[in-house]
Design a binder for this molecule. Sequence first.
Ligand code: SAM
Length: 237
Amino acid sequence: MNREKHLLETFPTIDGKTYIQSLDEFNSKLNIEITMQNIPPNIEYKGIKLQQQKDYQVPFIDLIVKIKPQRILEIGTGLGGFVIFLRETLNENGLSNTLIKTYDIFDLKPEIDYSVFDLKNIEYNIENIFNEQYDLINHDYIKDFIQQDGVTLVLCDGYKKKLEFKTLSQLLKKNDIIMAHDYVKDKKTFEEFYMNKIWDWCEIMDSDINEICVEQNLIDYMKEEFEKIVWSCKIKI
Ligand SMILES: C[S@@+](CC[C@H](N)C(=O)[O-])C[C@H]1O[C@@H](n2cnc3c(N)ncnc32)[C@H](O)[C@@H]1O
């Protein structure tokens, strides 16, 4: 049984959100503290679920058209709708050779019918690339992937966005882009404009990333567009 199905059965939603109590097996195996994880209401891309704010498409299409990424590294495949959307957007914009390397610690895909999609150049990995300290287990492999010629787009959408961002931002080259999901600039803004309005999850704020951004020469990119859909977007200069 896939994880989401299990969780839905275990913790039925009463308010449109699905609360995951614990990922006991995963957490005990990897020695990560048990946390309450709650998953945003699912929306779908062509029938495949994803966990994004409903207006996610236009900013990402604009970004892809602008930066023409040569590769994408995504942490947190989830149910796969987002990666399929990225794949199709790349293909529609002449970027069918752009490889998407996506990682998840769970395989949530077996019960999903992907047969209608062209999955060429999506590399699915069920693997944790981070150790307990969120250093990379195979640092050189990920670094070499990011460092190849042409723009790399890095998407942090796993459970520890601050740490994913901190670790991966150190591997970027000039003009690469790094993004983190569930971002709102500060708590006050979150409570005033997002919570109970457009998005109920804030897992990374400016105070979490300011220091590493200065250290790594990362500046805002398409800030206004992405703030609306709770992504932080930075370019390395
Ligand atoms: C919010 S969901 C991802 C949503 C997906 N990007 C989307 O837009 O639909 C978070 C996912 O991150 C995965 N995850 C958590 N820690 C991870 C890690 N260290 N490496 C890869 N995936 C991880 C979880 O299993 C979960 O499926």
